[in-house]
Write a protein that binds this ligand. Structure first.
Ligand SMILES: O=C(O)CCC(=O)C(=O)O
Length: 307
């Protein structure tokens, strides 16, 4: 019986990671990506080829109607349900092969976000919004659908921040069981910036070319820099991944304990089906409200047919 790791290989110590990469016969390229991700919490992987570049253009065309809707729409969630190109890019085999190698469990994409312009989001860790048990089995993949220029608002991040305490409610000093968004904005920002200062971490920006992707670790502190060119687009696709055989939850609505209310029922983008959460090999039943919300969301999002 295969024993699944309880800490992703890429988040273990360097010697353990190197031994794993050697045992798996990782290519020189994959070894480089894994070591960058281990050290910085972010690594760039080059997906550029004719097919990927054509899919970037197709995704851009398929998303255009969403951005043309009235109101200032910059972020489209789960476009994979309607856009075949977004779905294909989100499930690129080169990414899933790498994540399987680096994490030691089977990855699945569960959410996509498309941006037309730079997000200008404050620095945060995704662990506040969605996370897993065992910890750190989650990551983000940011794909450039066009070349990124600094004045369009780049992805900002703090290399090494993924190794700092996880940005969960208790670690942010939030002790209430029903924290508000304001609690998160205030406490979260304060805690994050205090940690950055205490550890002397420096800001970095990612400026990928069309077809390049940046993979970030679960707890990497990241956000978006200011846009200084008001009209310059920065079309991007962010795909979030979980790993099979884990419990998926939302720390932000969990208060100080992981309770049934916070358990998620994520979609597996490659099949369109839900991926059931589990703990220690046993399925965990999400609360009925989560089931109802997941069903409602699926119906509203007009799922495309999968083969
Ligand atoms: O693309 C950006 O500017 C930031 C995206 C981001 O922070 C996220 O999707 O979590």
């Amino acid at each position: 019986m295969t024993v699944l790791p309880t800490i992703p290989f890429v988040e273990q110590d360097e010697n353990a990671l190197l031994a794993h990469l050697k045992a798996e016969g990782a290519s020189e390229d994959m070894r480089r990506v894994a070591l960058d991700l281990h050290r910085d919490g972010l690594a760039t992987i080059d997906l550029v080829n004719d097919e990927t570049l054509a899919l970037c253009d197709q995704a851009t065309a398929e998303l255009e109607p969403a951005y043309l809707k009235p109101g200032k729409i910059n972020r489209v969630q789960d476009a994979w349900r309607r856009s075949p190109a977004v779905r294909r890019l989100a499930t690129d085999k080169r990414i899933t092969d790498f994540l399987r190698l680096a994490y030691g469990r089977e990855p699945f994409a569960f959410q996509t976000l498309n941006f037309l312009f730079g997000s200008q989001q404050g620095a945060h860790s995704d662990v506040t919004h969605f996370h897993a048990e065992p910890a750190r089995f989650m990551c983000g993949v940011w794909l450039a659908l066009e070349d990124v220029y600094e004045d369009a608002g780049a992805l900002l991040y703090y290399p090494g921040s993924h190794k700092l305490p996880l940005m969960t409610p208790p670690n942010m000093g939030i002790t209430k069981d029903a924290p508000t968004k304001q609690d998160y904005n205030e406490k979260g920002g304060q805690t994050l910036h205090a940690l950055v200062a205490e550890h002397g971490l420096e800001l970095a920006v990612g400026l990928p070319k069309k077809g390049q992707a940046m993979i970030w670790a679960a707890n990497l502190f990241h956000g978006g820099t200011k846009r200084t060119h008001p009209d310059r687009t920065r079309r991007s696709l962010v795909t979030h991944f979980f790993f099979k055989g884990c419990l998926y939850h939302t720390p932000m609505t969990s208060g100080t304990t992981i309770n049934r209310h916070s358990v998620r029922l994520p979609a597996d983008i490659s099949t369109g089906q839900w991926q059931w959460p589990s703990r220690d090999g046993r399925p965990v039943m999400p609360q009925w409200r989560t089931l109802a919300a997941a069903m409602n969301y699926r119906l509203q999002r007009n799922p495309i047919c999968f083969p």
